[in-house]
Design a protein around this ligand. Structure first.
Ligand SMILES: NC(=O)c1ccc[n+]([C@@H]2O[C@H](COP(=O)([O-])OP(=O)(O)OC[C@H]3O[C@@H](n4cnc5c(N)ncnc54)[C@H](OP(=O)(O)O)[C@@H]3O)[C@@H](O)[C@H]2O)c1
Length: 286
């Protein structure tokens, strides 16, 4: 595959603010892009905007709820059956600092959506990615992984739920997943990298901000002058997805379109393998 050629197929697991900016960029480059998302109304509106701005009608919207393993399996089956090839998979969607919610399958929501859903989807699409090699998997993590810890003894944080701890755990899981996936994909020409997109003005804080007292919310106000726009926030994802110089680079972590050393706990190979095994058993992968 030559990135940006019309033959490229990209599955984009959405985030409609940053996500559809990424999507517009990729689509403008001539790729066929599948936007996988749970809110079909918003997704269709985003797809319409992309069609208008790019002048290319090759935009597909498919239903995906990462909080449901059944939904993840249904999307993977649909893509496997409908698509001849898959060149880039972008695992972008995420939820931050929600209350102690559970996924349909009983997993803690942030770990379930931010890690397990992407983990299962990626694994189910690996054969298609390998068939389409060279191909790429891009995992959107966060700087928050730096203070994260995988609570192997209480992965769903049932004993002591804390919304921050949970988000950090899930974003560390993205980095460790990328690391172990790169090892397992050696020699296949399928590469994978994780990234921090920057601090971006999106809807990610929707659960955090309403829970804060007014004075704390006011403290956040000056920050809005320094955060990235969704367009700027999409750039590192696009870089990892299509930049030619990354053709043979795998298992790394990026920030501001450059490699960055992940935190020590994100470079722990034993933890990465342990997390892989635990995740595989949780989602029912052999
Ligand atoms: N914004 C930042 O400053 C920042 C910093 C570091 C990392 N990140 C990472 O960047 C990624 C994108 O976040 P964002 O900032 O663009 O936030 P956002 O505007 O809230 O986008 C997140 C998207 O994920 C989707 N999503 C949530 N739960 C889902 C589920 N169960 N199934 C399918 N989709 C689901 C949401 O869909 P709905 O619209 O249907 O709710 C939303 O469109 C996340 O992985 C986040 O951790 C963001």
């Amino acid at each position: 595959m030559i990135y940006g050629e019309p033959c490229s197929t990209v599955v984009f697991v959405e985030g409609l603010m940053v996500g559809h900016k990424t999507f517009i960029n990729l689509h403008c480059s001539g790729a066929r892009v599948i936007l996988a998302c749970r809110d079909m109304g918003r997704a269709n509106r985003a797809a319409d905007e992309v069609r208008k701005r790019s002048g290319n009608g090759n935009v597909i919207v498919k239903m995906l709820d990462l909080a449901s393993l059944q939904s993840v399996r249904a999307l993977a089956k649909d893509v496997q059956q409908a698509e001849e090839r898959l060149d880039i998979l972008i695992n972008n969607a995420g939820i931050m600092m929600c209350p102690q919610w559970k996924t349909e399958d009983g997993f803690e929501m942030q770990f379930g959506v931010n890690h397990l859903g992407h983990f299962l989807l990626t694994n189910l699409l690996l054969d298609l990615l390998k068939k389409s090699a060279p191909s790429r998997v891009v995992n959107v993590s966060s700087l928050a992984h730096e203070t994260g810890k995988i609570n192997f003894d209480d992965i769903n944080l049932e004993k002591n739920y804390d919304a921050h701890t949970s988000y950090r755990q899930s974003k560390l899981a993205n980095v460790l997943f990328t690391r172990e996936l790169a090892v397992r994909l050696k020699g296949t020409e399928v590469t994978t990298n994780a990234l921090h997109p920057g601090v971006i003005h999106t809807e990610l804080g929707r659960h955090l901000l309403p829970s804060l007292p007014l004075w704390k919310r006011l403290l956040f106000l000056p920050l809005f002058f320094f955060v990235k726009t969704p367009w700027q926030g999409a750039q590192t994802t696009i870089y990892c997805a299509v930049n030619e110089s990354l053709q043979n680079t795998s298992g790394l972590y990026y920030s501001d379109c450059a490699p960055k050393e992940a935190a020590p706990q994100g470079r722990d190979d034993a933890a990465a393998r342990r997390l892989w095994d635990l995740s595989a058993s949780m989602v029912g992968l052999a």
